[in-house]
Write a protein that binds this ligand. Structure first.
Ligand SMILES: [Zn+2]
Length: 355
C-alpha cells in the first residue's frame, strides 16, 4: 500500500512521509461535524497496513499513553508499509472521564459495525470501521477503566483455533493470553464477521493510573505485534512460558466497605487461598473471601472502598490445578526476567499466513 498515495480523512501521505489529519466521523445533534485526529506513517518500503486505535472508552488512559510513547519509534525509515494511528477515538468520554460517549450515552465498542445514519456513536463506529477494514491487522488498546487494573495481556478469538489473532496474541509476548467470544457490537468481532479483518485487542492496566511496569510491557508487546506482522524489523521478545486462558471471571464483593487485598496482579492462587478481606465500619461486619479454584489474578480493584456487587478482583481459572503445578507455584509477576528473543524471520516462516 505504501507504493502509492495513502489517503485517510484529510491526511494524504506519500511513501516515506508522515501526515497528521482528521477524519469526519459523525454529526453532532446540533448539526456540526465531529472529527477524530489521526496520523499516518507511510514507510519508505512496502509492507502491511496496520491500524492502531485506542481510547474507545473515555476512562481508559493507558492505551493513549502507550501509543504516545510508541509513536517516536514509528518513523518512515523504521516502518514498512503504513501505520494509521487513532490516538483517541472517544475524546468526548475522555473529557468527562467516562467510559461511554456522553453525547448519546453509548459504549462505542458495542456500536460496531455502526451506521452512517444511526445515533452519534454508531456513526463514529461506522466511520472508524471504514478505515479499519483496509488494514491487514488492527490493534485496539484498552484498559480496565475507572476502578480496576488489568495485568497486561491480549484478547483473542476463542474460535476457530486457526484464527490469526491467537498467533498474534502469542506474538504480543505476555505470559497470559486470554481467549474470548466477542460480544455483539465489538470492533474485534464485527470487523472479522463483515470484512475478515484481524483485530487484536490489548488490555493494559487501568484505574486512571499510568503504571510504569505495565507501560513497559505494553510497549514491548506493541513492538512485538508490529514486528510479527512485518511493520517493524527486529526480534520478538517472548516469555519462556505462555498460558492461554479463558475469559476472566469476576469475584464480586459480597459486602460494601473497605477492601484489603492479599494477592498481587499476575499471582497464581490456589484453591482455598485467602484473596481479600472487606470490613464495613458502619456495622462492624467483615468477611474474608478465599479462592474457589486455582487460577491467576488478572485484575484487581485498587481502590480501598468497594460496593457490594462490584468486582473486588478477577481470576482466570485453570481448568485443572495441575496447570498450577506447571507454573511451579511461581508468581508470574516474578518470572518477568525470563524472556527469550526469537528471530522475526523464523516466526514469519512458521506463520506465513500473517504476512
Ligand atoms: Zn475498553
Amino acid at each position: 500500500m505504501s507504493a502509492k498515495l495513502v489517503k485517510v480523512g484529510s491526511a494524504v501521505v506519500r511513501p516515506g512521509s508522515v501526515s497528521r489529519g482528521k477524519l469526519r466521523v459523525a454529526t453532532y445533534p446540533d448539526g456540526r461535524e465531529a472529527f477524530l485526529s489521526l496520523e499516518v506513517i507511510a514507510g519508505r518500503r512496502s509492507g502491511p497496513t496496520v491500524v492502531i486505535l485506542t481510547g474507545a472508552h473515555g476512562d481508559e488512559i493507558n492505551g493513549p499513553e502507550a501509543i504516545s510513547r510508541l509513536r517516536p519509534e514509528l518513523t518512515p525509515t523504521n516502518v514498512r508499509g503504513t501505520v494509521i494511528i487513532f490516538p483517541l477515538v472517544n475524546p468526548w468520554g475522555f473529557v468527562e472521564r467516562k467510559r461511554n460517549v456522553p453525547i448519546d450515552g453509548r459504549d462505542l465498542n458495542r456500536c460496531y459495525p455502526g451506521s452512517a445514519n444511526g445515533s452519534f456513536s454508531f456513526q463514529v463506529a461506522y466511520s472508524i470501521l471504514q478505515v479499519a477494514m483496509r488494514a491487514s491487522v488492527v490493534i485496539d488498546v484498552h484498559d480496565a477503566g475507572t476502578r480496576m487494573v488489568l495485568w497486561p495481556h491480549p484478547r483473542v478469538h476463542s474460535e476457530p483455533k486457526s484464527d490469526p489473532t491467537l498467533e498474534l496474541g502469542r506474538a504480543f509476548g505476555s505470559e497470559i493470553i486470554v481467549t474470548r467470544q466477542a460480544e455483539p457490537g465489538m470492533l474485534a468481532g464485527e470487523a472479522r464477521a463483515l470484512y475478515g479483518t484481524t483485530v487484536v485487542s490489548v488490555e493494559v492496566g487501568g484505574a486512571m493510573q499510568v503504571l510504569e511496569e505495565f507501560q513497559t510491557r505494553a510497549l514491548r508487546g506493541l513492538r512485538n505485534l508490529l514486528r510479527a506482522v512485518g511493520s517493524l524489523q527486529g526480534k520478538l521478545t517472548l516469555p519462556r512460558n505462555q498460558y492461554i486462558l479463558h475469559e476472566r471471571r469476576g469475584v464480586p464483593a459480597e459486602l460494601s466497605g473497605i477492601q484489603t487485598t492479599w494477592v498481587q496482579l499476575g499471582e497464581v492462587v490456589r484453591k482455598g487461598q485467602p484473596l481479600y478481606r472487606i470490613q464495613d465500619p458502619r456495622t462492624g461486619r467483615s468477611l474474608v473471601r478465599t479462592s474457589k479454584s486455582c487460577g491467576v489474578v488478572i485484575s484487581k480493584n485498587i481502590l480501598g472502598r468497594v460496593d457490594r456487587g462490584e468486582n473486588a478482583i478477577s481470576l482466570l481459572r485453570f481448568e485443572s490445578c495441575s496447570a498450577d503445578a506447571q507454573m511451579s507455584g511461581a508468581v508470574i509477576h516474578n518470572r518477568a526476567g525470563k524472556y527469550v528473543t526469537i528471530e522475526q524471520a523464523a516466526w514469519e516462516h512458521a506463520h506465513p499466513h500473517l504476512i
